[in-house]
Design a protein around this ligand. Structure first.
Ligand code: CO
Ligand code: CO
Length: 328
């Protein structure tokens, strides 16, 4: 669901019961919930599932699992266990496809050093897949969205535009090589990035998914009571996505995000197709971190020399002021 609709629903609920063990819960919107179990350990829990965005079952499984685990990495947690969440039309689609999806998911969970210990399946018209995932973090090393400080440098670990590309794929507007590249960007775990962008070097972090880069940045700024100044360069966009955006290709979620953000951003001379890309509802995007300025050089060097980090993109800085985004 879009951020506006979700806010409306949640505001109707009674305030959750206060429990001292709940370090991050419903009253603080973050990537995952955190529950302290002892002095040294807190459980970090998240769930994410969606309908297929690519044709190949294994790829869909890999992307869905990498996406679900991403919220754990965004909190600075190490994944431990996962449960498969499955909806599948078993009378309409061969069961081998479901095996493929689950195989792809398992591959990614194991790559993360975690293990699948169960799951739940239902029959449904449209396939859906994802994970309920649990990780662990030291209670003093949780990375939240609300700590960004003026002077922090905004760093991202994957390019954006996959929502626009997968929409283009459905209309046969994308070449094989561009599809392969976009799939690999989405299927890459945020594992390596999160080891480098750890509690010691970042003040706030999240991951870029359905609300788009600007939507997730907007959440971070609102929670941190700061603003941001961005400098957009073409290497921010996945190969092929800029051309599609120029041709007006964008999923519904991207348009919803742009509508929600339009008034909160000082766009400068930003062309319309770049606005689409910056708000693109992306699956399994990279980490978006507010890096402490004194740690930037070290962090950049480590990210750049790690081949499991898809990109190292310095997109701007946190400035003081009312929450807002300025682009030039
Ligand atoms: Co997230
Ligand atoms: Co999520």
């Amino acid at each position: 669901m879009g951020p506006e609709a979700l806010k409306k629903v949640l505001s109707q609920l009674p305030a959750p019961k206060k429990r001292k063990e709940v370090l991050v819960g419903l009253d603080i919107i973050d990537d995952a919930g955190v529950y302290q179990i002892n002095e040294e350990q807190a459980l970090v829990q998240t769930i994410d599932f969606f309908t297929p965005i690519v044709d190949d079952g294994v790829d869909f499984g890999r992307i869905a699992a990498a996406n679900a685990l991403s919220d754990l990495y965004a909190m600075g947690a190490q994944p431990l266990t996962a449960l498969n969440v499955v909806a599948f039309p078993s009378q309409k689609i061969p069961l081998e496809i479901l095996s493929d999806i689950l195989r792809g998911g398992q591959e990614k969970v194991e790559e993360a050093g975690a293990v699948i210990i169960g799951g739940h399946t239902i029959d449904d018209e449209e396939p859906k897949y994802g994970l309920a995932a649990t990780g662990v973090v030291h209670p003093h090393r949780i990375i939240k969205k609300n700590g960004a400080q003026p002077g922090d440098i905004l760093v991202m670990t994957k390019p954006i535009g996959a929502g626009i590309l997968t929409t283009g794929m459905k209309g046969d507007l994308v070449g094989q090589e561009e599809i392969r590249n976009a799939v690999e960007v989405m299927a890459t775990l945020n594992h390596a990035g999160s080891k480098i962008l750890n509690f010691d070097v970042v003040n706030a972090m999240t991951d870029v998914t359905g609300f788009g880069l600007l939507g997730h940045l907007w959440e971070m700024l609102g929670d941190s009571q700061t603003a941001a100044k961005l400098k957009i360069k073409p290497d921010l966009f996945i190969e092929g996505s800029e051309k599609l955006a120029k041709d007006g290709v964008a999923p519904g979620g991207t348009l919803r995000n742009l509508k929600f953000l339009e008034r909160n951003v000082k766009w400068g001379k930003t062309p319309r197709h770049i606005k689409f890309l910056l708000c693109d509802a992306m699956t399994s995007g990279g980490l978006l971190a507010a890096v402490k300025p004194e740690s930037l050089d070290k962090v950049k060097k480590e990210l750049e020399s790690n081949e499991d980090v898809p990109a190292v993109l310095v997109i701007g800085e946190i400035i003081s002021g009312e929450p807002g985004i300025k682009i030039n």
